[in-house]
Design a protein around this ligand. Structure first.
Ligand code: NAD
Length: 491
């Protein structure tokens, strides 16, 4: 038990020790200025605990620790050792899965079934990264008989990682997993509102045998310490997940020191239902596509397009299905949708509901806050929308979906692609040719056919267009964290 930790009672009555310090150089430490901030439970609006808030000076200490660890231990470590500690960490995540899922639901507001899914993917992904650690291959290149040439893939150094609040632990794993497997060290900044799971997992990093300084966690403000990380000359790469607006800003800030940058940004993903689809299954998928994780999903299927012949039928089924989803206490076993993560998000979503109504769209179901304690919103379907309405164009990041009608493949492909974003798309049809044609033509980094929001640790994920740069998960994630060195030798 660290001096910088406090007992916290989870909503299920269990008590655990929550670290409250910054995690730097293998220890929990207070912030240099000693300032603490409240962490709020969005389902109850009550304070869970207080944690230390890092300053620029703390970030400098974390970067220095990560730099030393990179140079003296981690980049020099045997790849099998790096793999082994990642396997250990995956095992520890599994052992603490119940606590981690509960922390996540308490801190973020998501339903426990969402948190359990997150934690499951976290351990699978870390194990997958452990498996890659000793398989970072270069190439042998034939450059003529008097020469021998080969390439190596070497780590970048200290990586700054900035993550959002919608999947706090999952994003932590998507960031640290491939960075560590390839020999980098990290300074990770969780989102202001959801720091608890990454801090809890820091002690598991230590227990797993990850050397001091390899993983550093600095909770705090994006505008101060996030910005500082992006400018820091000893940080060689920034990996960011969050809004497109902040992503653009980060890219500009990181340009001064020519850092490598990968971005996982926003989306406004189309989810298409053709008349020949299994309609009951499609309705389940379009509901899951938008309402999963309270709609706080970058790839949420927030624009639903239904072929005219089945439009009325699908809309009626979608309404009935949505009204059957239980909203409320994330810890109730049958809750599908928990709270939005903060008052700021609640207000943003309610404002979009007003805008949609003012723009002339029709609320089919929902359209208001749920209860008056906690940041809950009723799952909301808008119909009779026009494509230029802001509820069709802008990322809302909540349980709000628009439903539009189309008649032909060409028409729906044009509608789907009429967006600055390109993160994901869904296609529902029994016609294999149509599924393949539309998936080829749609501009999206991930296409789900007859499913949605379906992730696998070995399947790359990332965006076309303004949805981002780079890919996470699978072998593709390793490219984000290695640079190629060419060696050409005269013989
Ligand atoms: P944000 O993008 O501003 O925040 C994400 C992370 O970036 C946080 O850790 C934050 O502290 C940090 N950050 C903010 N400003 C920074 C800066 N100047 N330099 C470095 N880091 C900085 O998102 P938000 O304000 O929490 O949410 C606003 C909207 O963003 C949401 O309503 C939603 O539409 C979108 N969003 C998208 C995702 C996604 O996964 N695509 C995730 C969260 C939020």
């Amino acid at each position: 038990t660290s001096k910088f930790s406090v007992p916290v009672t989870l909503p299920n009555g269990k008590v655990y020790q929550q670290p409250t310090g910054l995690f730097i150089n293998g220890d929990f430490v207070p912030s240099k200025l000693g300032k603490m901030v409240d962490v709020i439970n969005p389902s109850t609006e009550e304070v869970i605990t207080q944690i230390y808030k890092a300053t620029e000076e703390d970030v400098d200490y974390a970067v220095q620790s990560a730099k030393t660890a990179f140079e003296t231990t981690w980049s020099q470590a045997n790849p099998e050792f790096r793999g082994k500690v990642l396997f250990n960490l995956a095992d520890l995540i599994e052992q603490h899965a119940d606590t981690l899922a509960s922390i996540e639901s308490m801190d973020n507001g998501k339903s426990l079934h969402c948190s359990r899914g997150d934690v499951d993917l976290v351990s699978k992904y870390l194990r997958s990264c452990g498996g890659w650690a000793d398989k970072i291959y270069g190439k042998v290149i034939d450059t003529g008989k008097d020469y021998f040439a080969y390439s190596l893939r070497q780590p970048l150094g200290v990586c700054g990682q900035i993550i959002p609040w919608n999947f706090p632990l999952l994003m932590w794993s998507w960031k640290i997993g491939p960075a560590l497997a390839t020999g980098n060290t990290v300074v990770l900044k969780p989102a202001e509102t959801t720091p608890l799971s990454a801090l809890f997992a820091s002690q598991l990093c230590k227990e797993a045998g990850i050397p001091d300084g390899v993983v550093n966690i600095v909770p705090g403000s994006g505008k101060t310490i996030g910005e500082h990380l992006c400018k820091h000359p000893d940080v060689k790469k920034i990996a960011f997940t969050g809004s497109t607006v902040t992503g653009r800003h980060i890219m500009k800030t990181a340009a001064d020191t020519v850092k490598k940058v990968t971005l996982e940004l926003g989306g406004k993903s189309p989810n298409i239902v053709f008349a020949d689809a299994d309609l009951d299954k499609a309705v389940k998928n379009i509901a899951n596509g938008i309402f999963y994780n309270s709609g706080e999903v970058c790839c949420a299927g927030s624009r639903v397009y239904v072929q005219d012949a089945v439009y009325d039928e699908v809309l009626a089924k979608f309404k009935t299905f949505t009204e059957g989803l239980k909203v409320g206490n994330p810890f109730d076993a049958d809750t599908f949708q928990g709270a939005q993560t903060s008052k700021k998000q609640l207000d943003k979503i309610l404002k979009f509901i007003d805008i949609g109504t003012e723009e002339g769209a029709r609320v089919v179901t929902g359209g208001e806050r749920f209860g008056n304690k906690g940041y809950f919103v009723k799952p909301t379907i808008f119909a009779d929308v026009k494509e230029d309405m802001s509820i069709v164009k802008d990322e809302i990041f909540g349980p709000i979906v628009t439903v539009s009608k189309f008649s032909t493949v060409d028409e729906v492909v044009d509608l789907a692609n009429d967006s600055q974003y390109g993160l994901a798309a869904g296609i529902h049809t029994k016609d294999l040719n149509k599924a393949i044609e539309v998936s080829n033509r749609v501009k999206a980094g991930t296409v789900w056919i007859n499913t949605y929001n379906d992730f696998h640790q070995n399947v790359p994920f990332g965006g076309f267009g303004q949805s981002g740069i780079g890919r996470e998960m699978g072998e593709a994630a390793l490219d984000n964290y290695t640079q190629v060195k060419s060696v050409r030798m005269s013989i």
